[in-house]
Design a binder for this molecule. Structure first.
Ligand SMILES: [Zn+2]
Length: 269
């Protein structure tokens, strides 16, 4: 093989060419790094936005969205606490289970509201449940409400206090202050007080005690403890037909009052 003798002009030309290529390579690298930075920046912005939206959605969920009457029929999900293998609390003297009082009162509320053209969803209509464990049961109850876009979720229970049979009264639990839940809870608490069968233990907030069905439902949600089954007077009243009827009427009227309030607010808009 024969090597060609390079002229100094040719050498300079090649040096210039190599230099040009080096500069072009450097430019390409710079352009690539800038593009990479730009993409990272865009991804970060999108990620922050999505986190913010998630947080916003959760916050709105916690405070519950105001129901709207302009959509389909107003829907109330009535959750009779416990059921089947899960008796809830029990009063030995009067032989009455919480699950039975909760069911009777729930069915009566449903009947009253159905007559007002309100769509009713029950989490159970008798002493059977499709769920075989408590976690499944609590999740299942929330799913019924959420999957059907219920406007209101009302869970019916009775209380129990081991340390004193004297403790009595009704309580209405809601999530936070100044929310739709609280408005509904106040109406229900006031109406139960008007029956005057027991003490009014007032509104209770979910921050005091974690309640799965309040935390995990999208509707305006409340949990009602009608009275104490550890107290014989409360139990006797809640076991009686009159007691069940009056409690159901009080709760139903509070729900109707809340629905009317939304109606008035919507008409103002
Ligand atoms: Zn209960």
């Amino acid at each position: 093989m024969q090597y060609k003798q390079l002229t100094s002009e040719e050498i300079n030309r090649r040096i210039r060419l190599r230099k040009k290529r080096r500069i072009a390579r450097r430019k390409r690298r710079r352009r690539f790094i800038s593009l990479l930075f730009f993409l990272i920046l865009i991804c970060s912005i999108l990620l922050i936005r999505s986190c913010n939206n998630d947080f916003k959605a959760k916050t709105e969920n916690n405070t519950s969205l105001k129901p709207s009457l302009s959509k389909d029929r107003f829907t109330v999900c009535i959750d009779a606490g416990h059921g089947e293998y899960d008796n809830g609390t029990y009063n030995e003297n009067l032989d009455v289970y919480e699950k039975d009082i909760a069911l009777d009162v729930s069915l009566k509320i449903g009947q009253i509201l159905e007559n007002q053209d309100i769509n009713i969803l029950y989490t159970r209509k008798d002493d059977t449940t499709p769920w075989k464990s408590q976690p499944d049961s609590l999740k299942g109850r929330c799913d019924i409400s959420n999957n059907n876009n219920a406007d209101i979720f009302v869970s019916i229970h009775c209380n129990y206090y081991d340390d004193s049979p004297k403790v009595r009264g009704s309580e209405v639990w809601c999530r936070f202050k100044d929310t739709e839940d609280e408005k509904l809870a106040k109406f229900i608490s006031n109406n139960l007080t008007m029956i005057n069968f027991t003490e009014n233990r007032g509104l209770k907030y979910e921050s005091e005690k974690k309640l799965f069905v309040l935390k995990n439902t999208n509707a305006t949600s409340v949990l009602i403890e009608l009275g104490y089954l550890s107290n014989n007077k409360d139990t006797k009243y809640l076991k009686s037909l009159e007691g069940k009827n009056k409690c159901a009427r009080a709760i139903s009227e509070a729900i109707i009052k809340y629905k009317d309030l939304i109606n008035e607010d919507e008409q103002k808009l």
